[in-house]
Design a protein around this ligand. Sequence first.
Ligand code: ADP
Ligand code: MG
Length: 501
Amino acid sequence: MTAAIHELMDFDEVLEKFDPVMGLEVHVELATETKMFSTSSAHFGAEPNSNVDPVSLGLPGALPVVNAKGVEWAIKIGLALNCTIAESSRFARKNYFYPDQPKGYQISQYDEPIAYNGYLDIVLDDGTEWRVEIERSHMEEDTGKLTHVGGQSGRIHGATTSLVDCNRAGVPLIEIVTKPIEGAGARAPEIARAYVTALRELVAALGVSDARMDQGSMRVDSNLSLRPIGQEEFGTRTETKNINSLKSVEQAVRYEMMRQAAAIVNGEEIVQETRHYQELDGSTRKGRPKESAEDYRYFNDPDLPPVIAPKEWVEEIRATLPELPWIRRARIQAEWGLGDAEMRDLVNVGALNAIIDTVEEGATPDEARAWWGNYIAAKARETDTELSAMPITPAHVARVIALVKEGKLTTKLGRQAVDGVLAGEGDVDEVIAARGLEVVRDDGAIEAAVDEALAANPGIVEKYRAGNTKVTGAIVGAVMKATRGKADPAQVNKLIAEKLA
Ligand code: ADP
Ligand code: MG
């Protein structure tokens, strides 16, 4: 444990004495094919140092060329965040040395960002809305990645070797910076989580990033300061880095509130510094003192011309914006007449988008909910996979639903068809053909099986004729067995009733 309990102030006590001010900086890696200023692949997971080129390695004389897709997607994000899009913006050099950045500077944007002055309306757990104001959303490039070997849990401290992988160097990055969030009080931690959640959902819906916090394609730094209640002037902030889950975003803010409050009442001065979030115990640990903007010696990058975004182009991009996730959710909830709790369940199992898409493929909302929310969700849990990552599409599920409705599959056979698709045996019709799943429609074969089952179970026939019509389960079971599960139970029941009438 880095901090003993007495070094933290009780959360409620913090709120009696202090007012938190928070600022969130979120980095989003764009899922473009190539890097921001060169033609190497920008994809994650390749062999170390295989996605590199003279530009991303910073070799002398190599010149950057701007990735148009990267600019388009930066504008798309800016528009979705209700920002003003600059008709002309600039790239600047942020100068600092680090081994994962061979050029000695990072290309970023400084005083002329491509998007600024926006906002994102988020919904908190109790349903109230909160507007997070956006200062800027600018383009930059990612750095490489260092792997420290020989120390504890991959940290540089105590390491014997450090490895540099430049695959990520130059991958397009968007940095979204909020204005100071004031007046949040006790809700500051919740707002931080809800904001990052909404942002993640937003960029995923825009199709510009996979926004995976676990893989580093979405990264959050949280700035926090406290000021005594009633004081207008902001206190000194710390900036917590290394936050890699939504839960941790909330905890990092909460922890800093409790830590800073305890330090202030102890007479310690808060220094502007970066801190590192500790996944193990939810604390933050002192990092380096924070550089100020002057230390970076920003200047316009002479290798790159201004980025010009004509109004017509911006409007074209605006027209491609999809329905925003929370607006889509509200619309669906109203259209399908779902209660808040039901809606939350769907969102929580991660099934909502799949269900909506399945309905768009022709299923009814109830059918789509039943298949995704029950059978496929259970399979996902069994294999510890996120529902959205299951290898089955809404079109597959809609096809199964249609075949069940037409009576060509029973629910049970439909599940087997789903199993086949999940096992990679092909699409629904291919699985049905290969596994021989279609319902037996041949009345003759079913009738013969019913006759046989009745003849083999005279006791049941007798009970039935004596008025106990609930005893037919064993007969149906025998018919199902004889037809290897392919008879339609409704048809079997009807035949039994006819024969025994
Ligand atoms: P830096 O380059 O130092 O990271 P940025 O301007 O990129 O600075 O981001 C700072 C973030 O912290 C912004 O979200 C800003 O709103 C917020 N912020 C600025 N001052 C304070 C403060 N005193 N307390 C809390 N947050 C602050
Ligand atoms: Mg910053």
